[in-house]
Design a protein around this ligand. Sequence first.
Ligand code: ZN
Length: 180
Amino acid sequence: MPDGVQVQGDLFHGHIPDGAVYVGRPAPGFKRSRWANPFKPERPARDKVRLAGRWLSHPFNPAGWPADAEQACNWYRLLIAAHRLEPLVRAELAGRDLACWCRIGQHCHRDVLLEVANGPVDDALDGAMFSVWLHSNWRFLTEKMTTEQKEAAVAAVLRYWDRNGDPTDPMTREHLVWWD
Ligand SMILES: [Zn+2]
């Protein structure tokens, strides 16, 4: 089973255990990984953040910031969901050990990536959300959600369509988002 690993050595002489992929921020001897978490605890989030080599908008208040490492990980997970990056995560990172500086057991986005890359695809949950969109009053059902929840719901519907829908008839965010 692929696992999370900690970069060995110290900040100036770090080295990555054999076979692992570095997913952290820039450090001496390490280029910033394209999977580094753009959200830092107690640092304001920019209105666009970089992940997987792209600049991405996100549903979080740009004036706000994650309170702690756990919330930074939650935002990271939602960013991946909102931009449907799961297939890319799986394609690049499935089966690989992932290295970051955080100690094992600390909240670290490496665990989010491990889960997305190697965990089961929850087709049933995405399918349920798709069914809500198709057969129910989508607007009514999403009205009371927070923006994060709305974006996660949209991502679920889009994922389901990606896997099960007609590939000649792609669905986009615009089909689903009434609140922009
Ligand atoms: Zn980390």
